[in-house]
Design a protein around this ligand. Structure first.
Ligand code: ARG
Length: 458
């Protein structure tokens, strides 16, 4: 028949494989069948094609689905191959399936349909990770650990406050993914090649049949845009960056003996028998490159493409598929590695006092007693200068002497010895910082209540 003859002419010769996306299109095989079904049902309802032909086409599509993607051969992509397989079963009337559409609106619909499902799975995985982090944060909100800035000991915090910080970031990642979902979930079908169709198609109906929330209005935009993939991939790159920071934290902690990863999330060395390495988290860190590469590849593919459809677009989707597969696995593994790890309470508490990390708390205490914060900062800094290499904090007497020297009054004019000694203790130091969102266990508990409410809404 005509279609087959034309296809033979344009079969590509030596470029055939280069032109073909058939094997890549396995990703959208099921989506293509769904889109075909919705389209032919709409055509029949609109009286554009006959009911009996529609029935035969739908039956053929069921058979094609049962045979699977690998049974497809005749066509340069899944859309042609499915159409050929329909015609093979129904005869030339099967070619009515392609009335009032083009592969351009068809492939756009397939990508959106499949991406919607993938996004939902990813969002569910992120939500699951957040739930595990909230539970872990509740359990570990009393475990004091060192907090760092510039990788230098800064102030003591808790494991719970630290992991809750990542739950918070994942909350925003969830909302970016949900936001992208809304713009993915629009129906491009009915825009045909780009210029619409003379047939009386019902675009709302195909939207309804495919579960799209709305219609991508302008036919030229609907058939050509892939900006929704950019949004998804950008949200994934952001998520992957969040995860890479988490992974890096745990890798550093593991290097100091501040965390013990479960064996299932560790690897060993082929030569050094004593090694237990945080390889899973190194791969999470490394995979952030997959998402960034995807975003870069996608934007580079799309940049400067003229309206309307260009074949470049056949190479756009892969960047987003690779990114979503890679990052979703990272979420699972990162959440698994962190929530199954053991936190050595004593080691962490000892480390939390290292490097005079309670200094800010002592300065805060003096400031609360009325000394200007800048002066308090100076007193504590001066006392810190006296520390020997093995010492983690100055004693009360040193602070007292420095205070007398700088302020002209002894420390006891401002605070009593007991309060200073509390402030020098990492556990008390954390407990003092009970401002909203802070690390004190009650503040963490309160923040986790809000986090849990948000999680239930998401
Ligand atoms: N396989 C193509 C894609 O993935 C769809 C085909 C549209 N081809 C065309 N020559 N108009 O983008």
């Amino acid at each position: 028949d005509e279609t087959v003859v034309r296809r033979d002419r344009f079969s590509g010769g030596p470029a055939r494989g280069f032109l073909s996306s058939l094997s890549d299109d396995e990703r959208i095989f099921a989506a293509d069948l769904a889109v075909d079904r919705a389209h032919v049902v709409m055509l029949a309802e609109q009286g554009i094609i006959e009911d009996d032909v529609t029935g035969e086409i739908l039956a053929a599509l069921d058979e094609i689905e049962a045979d699977g993607h690998d049974a497809l051969t005749d066509g340069e992509d899944v859309h042609e191959a499915v159409e050929s397989a329909v015609i093979e079963r129904v005869g030339p009337a099967g070619g009515k399936m392609h009335t009032a559409r083009s592969r351009n609106d068809e492939v756009a619909a397939c990508i959106r349909y499949r991406m919607r499902a993938d996004l939902l799975a990813t969002i569910a995985t992120v939500i699951e990770a957040r739930q595990r982090f909230v539970e872990m944060a509740l359990e570990t909100r009393g475990i004091v650990m060192p907090g760092y800035t510039h990788l230098q000991p800064a102030q003591p915090t808790t494991v719970g406050h630290w992991i809750a910080s990542y739950e918070q970031a994942l909350q925003r990642d969830t909302s970016r993914l949900l936001d992208a979902y809304g713009r993915v979930n629009q129906n491009p079908l009915g825009s045909a090649a780009f210029a619409g169709t003379p047939f009386d198609v019902d675009r709302e109906r195909t939207a309804e049949l495919l579960g799209f929330a709305g219609v991508a209005e302008n036919s030229m935009d609907a058939s050509a845009t892939r900006d929704f993939l950019v949004e998804v991939t950008a949200a994934l790159a952001n998520l992957a960056t969040t995860l890479s920071g988490l992974a890096e934290d745990v890798i550093v902690m593991a290097s100091k003996g501040h965390v013990e990863l479960a064996d299932e999330y560790s690897s060993t060395s082929s030569i050094m028998p004593q090694k237990k390495n945080p390889d899973t988290l190194e791969l999470v860190r490394g995979r952030s490159g997959d998402a960034t590469a995807g975003l870069n590849g996608l934007l580079t593919n799309l940049k400067g493409q003229p309206r309307a459809y260009n074949r470049d677009l056949q190479r756009a989707g892969r960047h987003a598929w690779d990114a979503i597969d890679s990052v979703t696995e990272s979420v699972e593994v990162a959440a698994g590695a962190v929530t199954t790890a053991e936190w050595p309470v004593e080691t962490l508490r000892d480390a939390a006092g290292e490097g005079f990390s309670t200094a800010t708390g002592v300065a805060d205490l003096l400031a609360m007693a009325g000394m200007p914060f800048r002066t308090a900062h100076e007193v504590v800094a001066e006392a810190a200068e006296t520390l020997g290499p093995e010492e983690n904090a100055p004693d009360y007497e040193t602070l007292d002497a420095v205070c007398a020297d700088i302020v002209g009054e002894p420390l006891s004019q401002f605070v009593d010895r007991e309060a200073v000694e509390d402030a020098l203790d990492p556990v008390q130091s954390v407990a003092m910082r009970d401002s909203r969102g802070g690390p004190a266990p009650e503040a963490v508990t309160e923040a986790l209540d809000t986090a849990q409410q948000r999680l239930d809404e998401d």
